[in-house]
Design a binder for this molecule. Structure first.
Ligand code: ZN
Length: 79
């Protein structure tokens, strides 16, 4: 898996987590909250593993936008 896919999955996971948290707030069904927490956690864990510079393997900042250049080695990152 490359960092582009990882970034996308992370964001889908986080938004799904927020969405499920909203459902939980409305319904108060506990297992929904567990699933939401798992999805959110899973998306962050995979980002921690795969969201890194393809060149120097330095982990990229998962907060904010995808950088155009690697902050560590300056490799151009395609979007
Ligand atoms: Zn790099």
């Amino acid at each position: 898996m490359d960092y582009n896919k990882s970034y996308l999955i992370m964001h889908i996971g986080l938004w799904t987590g927020i969405f499920i948290a909203l459902i939980f707030a409305l319904t108060e069904i506990k297992w929904i909250a567990y699933i939401g927490a798992m999805i959110t956690l899973g998306s962050l864990v995979q980002a921690a593993i795969f969201y890194k510079c393809p060149d120097c393997k330095k982990a990229l900042n998962i907060r904010g936008k995808k950088p155009k250049y690697c902050p560590e080695c300056g490799t151009k990152l395609d979007n």
